[in-house]
Structure formats: structure tokens, C-alpha cells
Design a protein around this ligand. Structure first.
Ligand code: 3PG
Ligand code: MG
Length: 376
């Protein structure tokens, strides 16, 4: 996908540049527990400073405050970390303290771009949101993709359009409903799609199996059957479940019914071995979503096995953001994959639609229309 790059902004000497970053970092109290998203924006911020920009101002959302100032989501901890990592870069207050951000309010956009000469979007993790700071500035300012955003788009689009085969997808997480779109889209391109996480129980229920007290979305059963008919899905052959009262856990073969009172919380050892085999044979791997409740050591083995298999794969490996990236980091494997996306929702939406509101906006920017001959 052709996007205007930093070089397309022209001479930046003495200019003011607004950079939309995704500094939506995990916080524990007021402490940042993982600064990956801040570090990931450094190449762009430093490039702009070295290009002679007089002023570089970053802006981001943090958490989901509801359009009003909220101390829990104040930018202070981020500002402090940013000052250490990229001295001289300013940071605006949380964009979502103003209702104009999510509403893409023109008056709010005007305040954002006031005094700015150029705009850079390096917020891949938020590029699926048609919010003011993502789609507003490129309507008037010369605009470009930051290095992080450009890399994410290149990797994910290449995987979607021209994957080395076999291409194995691995999806986990709780709900089929959240991932319906991306499952359909992935089924178009993958050779095999391994399903773990609580969402496997909706697929099992669709096949008429009793799943005990496991999480099922009854309204997704028809959709699950439809997806199953692709013939590309692989479901767990065993699961680890927590017993009545939460006292004991046991592994169950999924060919049999899960008894009443038992709740499946991880894939079992048989599944872990089968998934590992499939992943070993892949030349392209995309993983999003944990296999179980990996934060609880009793239900971490399935996710750990998948993380290790992905890390050891000789194929091209991409891990979607959010929980699966957190799992990789927890198992110390984050450096062992080819690409860890900084965007959870954004990477899934890009795989599903092949485009995002933030990318469309960049292609429509005044400088892009001149150099690339049109909005697309
Ligand atoms: C994320 O963490 O997924 C991104 O920063 C987007 O945040 P949002 O889901 O609150 O829009
Ligand atoms: Mg999200």
C-alpha cells in the first residue's frame, strides 16, 4: 500500500510537526508497566528532530476516559518517560479528555492543527479509529506515515496478500463475536486456522457438544457452523477445565461431553502438541489471542506452548498486539518473532479489510494527492 512517507513532507527546517502516537500504555496505578509503545515511536520522533523540525509535538489517547478530564488517565507518567527517551518532544494532554476527539469534531481538529506545519501518523494501534487526531489533520496539513505505522502496514499487508505457504493462523480469546470478521477474512488466506481460547467452546457447542460451564455465545452458533464448513479450522482435542467450586482442575478429551460444573480455561497437552506440529510446518504464522487464562499459572501451559512454537518457527512470524504480545513478553519470547504488532484491534481490522481509516486519511492528504496522483 502506498502511503506518503516522512521524506514526502519536504524541508522541515524550522517547522512545527504534530505526531499522533499510540501511547496507550498499560498502567498500574500511575506506573507504566510496559513502555514498548513509547519506544516504538522513537525512530519517527528522532527522525523529525534530526530533519531540523523546530518543534515536535506528540499527541495520544490513554485509556478510555469519557470525553472529560480524569486523573487516572492523565498523561504525566507518559510525559515523564518520553522526556527520558526523546528529550525535546512535547506531549499534549490525553486527547480523549475532549469529546471532540472521538466525535471527529471539526472545531477540535482545528485546535489540534493550530500552529502546526505538518502531521505524522505513527499511531498504528489507533489507526482503525476514525477519531479527530487520526483523520482530521490530513484534510489540511501535509501528512506522512511514521516509521512504525509504515512498517506495521507493510508487514501485515504483505502477509495478507502474498504469504509464503503453508500459512497457519492461530486465534484465541474469549469471544467469537469479536473475531467473526477476522476469522472469515483469515479463512480466505490461511491454509489452516487453529482455534483456542474460550471461543473454541462456541464452535464445539455448534457441533452439538455439551461444554459444561464453559463460555458459549449461543447467538454465534450459526456463524460458527458456517465458518466450520470451510474445513480449515482446527479445534482443541482436549481442554483443561476448572471444577465445581473452583477447587480442582482436570484435562478432558473434547470428543466426550464436558460435565456440568466444569469450565474450560485452557487447551490441553494433546492440543498443545498438535498445534505445535502444525506451527512447525508453517512458512507464515499469524497469532492473535491467548489459548487460555495464561495469567493464572494453572491455565498457562497452552498459551506457553503456542508462544514457544511460534518463537521456534523457521517461517515468517507475526504476533498481533494486546494479550498475545503480553503473553510473549511474559514468557520472554518477544525478541524471537519477526514482528510483534503494537496494534491489537488495528492489526485484526487491517487483516480483515485491507485498509484503515487512518491510512485512507493519509492517502488523501494534500501532499499525497500531488505525489501519488489521487486519494487511493
Ligand atoms: C489499543 O490499545 O487497542 C489502542 O490504543 C486503541 O485503543 P482503543 O481500543 O481504546 O481505541
Ligand atoms: Mg483495543
Amino acid at each position: 500500500m502506498e502511503l506518503p512517507q516522512l521524506e514526502d513532507l519536504g524541508d522541515l527546517t524550522g517547522k512545527a510537526v504534530l505526531v499522533r502516537t499510540d501511547f496507550n500504555v498499560p498502567l498500574d496505578g500511575g506506573r507504566i508497566t510496559d513502555d514498548l509503545r513509547i519506544r516504538a515511536a522513537l525512530p519517527t520522533l528522532q527522525w523529525l528532530q534530526q530533519a531540523g523540525a523546530a518543534k515536535v509535538t506528540a499527541c495520544s489517547h490513554l485509556g478510555r476516559p469519557k470525553g472529560a478530564p480524569d486523573d487516572r488517565w492523565a498523561m504525566d507518567p507518559v510525559r515523564e518517560r518520553l522526556a527520558q527517551l526523546a528529550p525535546g518532544v512535547e506531549l499534549m494532554e490525553n486527547l480523549r479528555f475532549d469529546p471532540g476527539e472521538e466525535a471527529d469534531d471539526p472545531a477540535f481538529v482545528e485546535r489540534l492543527v493550530a500552529g502546526q506545519d505538518a502531521y505524522v501518523n505513527d499511531a498504528f494501534g489507533a489507526a482503525h479509529r476514525a477519531h479527530a487526531s487520526i483523520v482530521g489533520p490530513p484534510r489540511t496539513l501535509p501528512s506522512a506515515a511514521g516509521r512504525l505505522l509504515a512498517k506495521e502496514v507493510e508487514v501485515l499487508c504483505r502477509m495478507r496478500e502474498d504469504p509464503a505457504r503453508p500459512f497457519v493462523g492461530i486465534l484465541g480469546g474469549a469471544k467469537v463475536s469479536d473475531k467473526l470478521g477476522v476469522i472469515s477474512a483469515l479463512l480466505e488466506v490461511v491454509d489452516t486456522l487453529l482455534i483456542g481460547g474460550a471461543m473454541c467452546f462456541t464452535f464445539m457447542a455448534a457441533q452439538g457438544k455439551a461444554v459444561g460451564d464453559s463460555l458459549v455465545e449461543p447467538e454465534q452458533v450459526d456463524a460458527a457452523l458456517q465458518l466450520w464448513s470451510s474445513g480449515k479450522l482446527v479445534l482443541p482435542s482436549d481442554v483443561v477445565a476448572l471444577g465445581p467450586g473452583g477447587s480442582s482442575q482436570r484435562t478432558f478429551d473434547t470428543r466426550a461431553d464436558l460435565p456440568e460444573g466444569w469450565r474450560g480455561l485452557d487447551v490441553g497437552p494433546g492440543t498443545a502438541a498438535e498445534f505445535t506440529d502444525v506451527i512447525e510446518g508453517a512458512r507464515t504464522v499469524f497469532w492473535n489471542g491467548p489459548m487460555g487464562v495464561f495469567e493464572d499459572e494453572r491455565f498457562a501451559a497452552g498459551t506457553r506452548a503456542v508462544a514457544e512454537a511460534v518463537a521456534q518457527s523457521r517461517g515468517f512470524t507475526v504476533v498481533g498486539g494486546g494479550d498475545s504480545a503480553a503473553a510473549l513478553a511474559r514468557f520472554g519470547l518477544a525478541d524471537e518473532v519477526d514482528h510483534v504488532s503494537t496494534g491489537g484491534g488495528a492489526s485484526l481490522e487491517l487483516l480483515e479489510h485491507g485498509d484503515l481509516p487512518g491510512l485512507e486519511a493519509l492517502r488523501g492528504a494534500p501532499n499525497a494527492r500531488q505525489t501519488m496522483g489521487g486519494g487511493r
